[in-house]
Design a protein around this ligand. Structure first.
Ligand code: WTA
Length: 635
């Protein structure tokens, strides 16, 4: 975007959309729609929902009689797969591409039309059904970035099973905890996954995890890397063998679901304890992901949309799989990362496939910036028309580089703030909204956000406070699976009647929101959401460790990095070798993404009198900042 004349006086550095962008945009009058949605929230969402197909329409759009257990499209019957696939088969979209996949090494390419998607998803659905999985059963999916992960998710949804995708970068303990908590009957995995030319042994990790997961009856293994893996007779089945069975045919009816029936659970790190299983539903999540992608990225049939997230995180669920397919666009899935074998890998993919909308994370942009402009300059990126960012605040320097070097100052940068819990974009511009580098601008249609102080009083403009949301929205989480009480406590009790996001933020005089960061013990490492509690529990599982604390500190590329403090058991002495061993221990147990930046040995951890570790104090000390209120600190 170029800085052009100011139609409206706004403060700070503002980038206005060009005439061409405005001319292309489906929605030109942002204010009019915002006003309409504000006046009639239910009417707005009813209209959006009417653009999709339902087996039976709703009796009521929103039921808020039992807050905070909101219900959307009450009484309606649908299935998200009906709208993501089945309905397209009746139109010109039938033969359009739903998915393009490229392998990490660039030697393989697989594409699937909506017609082919239906066939592949149906085959997988029939196989899953044959394993005794039915409506409401949980299925854990632990795979690399291959087309089959998309089939697996959609296949579960098609038959009404609840998928629980575990990010392939997690390891044994994280996987085991999530399988156990969800009581999954079936695990779908790959023999391995490629990562920067190396192999991650997914199946071996599954085998290790399953030693402690008695609920799992079957494991489906997709062959990707072709190396030797152990197959337990009766439990483990090669996917390619099952595809040869007569049951694996390409026809499978799409189960009729209640709008409020669970679609998936996705574990995410919270402030304390174990990761929480965030529950999303067929109806509301379907409408929310559909409308947000439609308005915010303005997708159409000509687009080739690429969200670089992993399908194992919410961004992948909502905006690689469901949102794009419900909108009937072509979605790119790339197996590799940005810089392997060279830092032009993503730019190569954009050029090769003519990507029109590119959506990634600030950490990736910062990482690629370091390699300089010559890498993107080797490629023709002129197909791009919109750029997006998500996952953490984007620093203005990275924003400007992205705008200039990748977008050639003609692509608006859509900074979308949202969460696993929100399911869909919540604070975000659309292409016609004037932008300020580093701000996600304003809440999406129908939403109202407010910054409040500790007591819940609205904070004045330009003052940091807690970010809260005032209105319900269709893709909102319905609960924490199996723990309604924790759902209420975590999100709705600090400020009754409001959703607490866990983020601190500011609002400026133009009503633009600026996210500062998490106020709880969530760490965002390279855009991955991790909890201090999980890292600490991985550390204390090592025989030398008595107690441990983990904190996130700013990092130039990763956004935040994990720093740990360890108190050793008697009989163990600090050493650089032990520090290295502990870092490796966390990587092995939790996953390489959680490998601490450093391990510091201490004699004592700052604690409250009730014994809680004061991470806030550790963080302040590490950064040489004031320690704040330490009146509860024990001696
Ligand atoms: C952070 C990812 C600033 C925020 C979709 C939030 C952001 C957490 C942005 C949720 C953004 C996400 N600008 N911060 N555009 N997007 N965040 O559940 O702290 O992995 O609470 O969802 O990421 O992370 P999650």
């Amino acid at each position: 975007m170029a800085k052009t004349g100011k139609p409206k006086q706004m403060e700070g550095e503002v980038y206005y959309p060009s005439e061409q962008v405005i001319a292309q945009a489906r929605l030109k009058d942002w204010d009019a729609l915002a006003e309409k949605a504000e006046k009639d929230l239910e009417g707005f969402w009813a209209e959006e929902a009417s653009e999709l197909e339902w087996f039976k329409k709703w009796d009521k759009v929103l039921d808020d009689s039992n807050k905070p257990f909101y219900k959307w499209f009450v009484g309606a019957k649908t299935n998200i797969v009906h709208n993501a696939i089945d309905r397209h088969l009746k139109t010109h979209r039938k033969n359009q591409l739903a998915l393009i996949w490229e392998s990490e090494d660039g030697k393989e390419e697989r594409t699937f039309s909506y017609y082919a998607m239906n066939r592949e998803v149906s085959r997988m659905a029939n196989i899953i059904k044959a394993m005794g999985v039915s409506k409401g059963d949980r299925v854990t999916i632990y795979m690399g970035r291959v087309p089959e992960i998309v089939f697996a998710m959609l296949a579960c949804a098609k038959i009404g099973a609840i998928h629980s995708v575990v990010f392939g970068g997690f390891s044994v303990d994280s996987l085991q905890g999530r399988i156990e908590d969800s009581r999954s009957k079936l695990v779908i995995t790959c023999d391995g996954a490629y990562q920067n030319g190396k192999i991650v042994e997914l199946k071996a990790i599954v085998d290790e995890a399953l030693k402690r997961c008695p609920t799992v009856e079957n494991v489906i293994v997709v062959k990707r890397v072709g190396q030797q893996v152990g197959m337990e007779a009766g439990r483990d089945h090669w996917y390619h063998d099952m595809l040869n069975l007569p049951i694996a045919n390409g026809k499978c009816p799409t189960e009729e679901m209640d709008a409020e029936d669970p679609l998936f659970i996705l574990y995410t790190s919270g402030s304390t304890g174990k990761p929480k299983a965030i529950l999303h539903t067929h109806g509301g999540y379907m409408v929310g992901t559909y409308s947000t992608l439609k308005y915010v990225f303005d997708v159409n049939d000509m687009d080739r949309w690429w969200c670089t997230a992993d399908p194992g995180w919410i961004t992948g669920h909502s905006y690689i799989v469901y949102g794009p397919m419900i909108n009937g666009v072509t979605s790119m899935l790339f197996e590799g990362g940005p810089a392997y074998p060279y830092p032009n890998r993503w730019w190569q993919v954009i050029e090769r496939f003519g990507i029109t909308i590119f959506y990634t994370a600030p950490t990736a942009i910062r990482g690629l910036m370091r390699f300089g402009e010559s890498w993107p300059q080797k490629h023709d990126l002129s197909s791009l028309r919109l750029l997006g960012t998500v996952g953490e605040p984007i620093n203005p320097e990275a924003w400007k580089w992205y705008n200039r070097v990748i977008g050639k100052e003609k692509c608006p940068i859509i900074d979308t703030w949202w969460q696993t819990e929100t399911g869909m974009f919540m604070i975000t511009p659309t292409p016609v909204v004037p932008l300020k580098p580093g701000s996600g601008t304003r809440p999406f249609f129908g939403q109202k956000a407010e910054i409040v102080d500790e007591q819940g009083n609205p904070a004045p403009d330009d003052t940091e406070g807690y970010l809260t949301l005032l209105k319900p929205w269709p893709a909102m989480l319905r609960t924490i699976y199996g723990d309604d009480e924790r759902y209420v406590n975590q999100y709705w009790s600090k400020y009754p009647g409001r959703y607490t996001t866990g983020d601190s933020a500011k609002r400026d005089k133009d009503g633009y929101f600026w996210i500062i960061g998490r106020v709880d013990d969530v760490i965002k490492v390279s855009g991955h959401r991790l909890g201090t509690a999980e890292v600490e529990s991985a550390l204390v599982s090592h025989p030398a460790v008595a107690e441990a604390a983990a904190i996130g500190l700013p990092h130039d590329v990763k956004g935040q990095a994990i720093h740990t403090f360890v108190l050793l058991r008697t009989g163990h002495a600090p050493s650089p070798e032990l520090a290295e061993e502990l870092r490796q221990h966390v990587a092995t147990h939790m996953g390489p993404i959680a490998r601490p930046e450093d391990v510091k040995f201490v004699d004592k951890l700052p604690k409250t009198r009730s014994g809680k570790i004061m991470r806030r104090v550790l963080k302040a000390r590490a950064q040489g900042l004031p320690e704040g209120d330490i009146s509860t600190l024990e001696e």
